[in-house]
Design a protein around this ligand. Structure first.
Ligand code: FE2
Length: 282
C-alpha cells in the first residue's frame, strides 16, 4: 500500500442526512470519507456529530475544490483549513482530484480535465509539493472522467497520470468506475490502462454508479455500482491486494442501509480475492 497507509476495507461517504442514524446505531462499516467543504466552518450539530463519528470510526478527508491543475494561485488558506480539518478527524491521508475547478478566481463547480501536456505535469507537480508540505500527511490525486480527449494533449491519459504521480511524488486514489467509463467512452482497454499506471502508488479506491445516455456513459454518482465495475474492481484487487475502498454516491443519495449494502459487497469481494484476514485498521 502506498506510503504504508492502512487498508481500511470498505467505507461510505459521510452524509448529513445519515449522521443521526450513524451516531444512534453505530453500524458496522470500515470507515467514512468526509468532504471538508461540507463541514468546514460549521459549528453546532454538524461539528458535534462529526466529532462523534470521528471518535468511533476511521475518517478520511476527500476534497472537491483544491483545483490542483489551475493556473490561478494556489489557495494556501484553504489548504491550511483542510490540514486543520484532517488533524481534527484523524485523517491518515487526504485526496482531491487531478483536474481544475477554478478559472480566474471563479469556481466552476465542476471537475474539468487537464490537457495531457508537459506544462500541466509541471504545474500540478509544483502545486502538489506545496500541498503536501502544508498537509503533513500523504496526498492522493484521483483520476477523473472526460468526455472528449482534452485539446492540445501530448500523451495518453495513462502516461499523463503516471508522469504526474512520479513528478509530484504523490499517491493515487484510483476511481475504478472512472477507469471503466473513460475506457468505454475513449475506446481503450481498461485492463491495459491498469497495467500501464503505477499501481504501487494506489492508496485508496472509489466505486461509483454511472448512467448510459446513448453511446456515452455519464459519471452521475446517482446509481448502484454497475456489474462491469465490480468485475474491474476484482481485477484491481488481484493486482494490489487489500486496500481502502469507498462507495461514492453523491446525488439521489439512498438510505444508509442501502449504502452499507454496497459497502458490504465491496468488503466481501475484497475478502474473497485477498483472503479473509481481518481488516487492518493499523
Ligand atoms: Fe471518485
Amino acid at each position: 500500500m502506498y506510503a504504508n497507509l492502512p487498508a481500511l476495507g470498505a467505507g461510505v461517504g459521510l452524509r448529513r442526512q445519515h449522521l443521526q442514524e450513524i451516531i444512534a446505531d453505530r453500524p458496522t462499516v470500515g470507515w467514512f470519507e468526509v468532504i471538508p467543504e461540507n463541514f468546514l466552518q460549521r459549528g453546532g450539530f454538524l461539528a458535534d456529530a462529526l466529532e462523534r463519528v470521528a471518535t468511533a470510526y476511521p475518517c478520511v478527508g476527500h476534497g472537491v475544490s483544491l483545483s490542483i491543475g489551475s493556473t490561478d494561485p494556489l489557495d494556501r488558506e484553504h489548504v491550511r483549513g483542510v490540514k486543520q480539518f484532517c488533524d481534527k478527524i484523524g485523517s491518515r491521508w487526504f485526496s482531491d482530484h487531478l483536474c481544475f475547478t477554478m478559472v480566474d478566481h471563479v469556481n466552476l463547480n465542476d471537475l474539468i480535465p487537464l490537457p495531457f501536456t508537459e506544462e500541466a505535469i509541471e504545474n500540478v507537480a509544483a502545486r502538489v509539493r506545496i500541498v503536501q508540505d502544508i498537509l503533513e500527511r500523504p496526498f492522493l490525486l484521483e483520476n477523473v472522467t472526460y468526455y472528449a480527449a482534452p485539446s492540445r494533449s501530448q500523451m495518453s491519459e495513462a502516461e499523463f497520470i503516471t508522469r504526474v504521480l512520479e513528478r509530484s511524488d504523490c499517491g493515487l486514489l484510483l476511481d475504478v468506475s472512472n477507469v471503466l467509463l473513460n475506457a468505454r467512452n475513449q475506446e481503450y482497454d481498461p485492463e491495459a490502462f491498469l497495467d500501464s499506471i503505477p499501481l504501487e502508488r494506489v492508496g485508496q479506491l472509489h466505486l461509483a454508479g454511472f448512467e448510459e445516455f446513448g453511446d456515452v456513459l455519464l459519471d452521475t454518482h446517482a446509481r448502484p455500482v454497475a456489474d462491469d465495475t465490480w468485475v474491474l474492481y476484482r481485477k484491481v484487487l488481484e493486482r494490489i491486494g487489500r486496500t481502502s475502498v469507498l462507495i461514492e454516491w453523491d446525488s439521489e443519495i439512498p438510505s444508509l442501509a442501502r449504502l452499507l449494502q454496497e459497502a458490504e459487497m465491496a468488503q466481501q469481494l475484497m475478502d474473497e480475492v485477498c483472503g479473509s484476514a481481518s481488516v487492518g485498521n493499523d
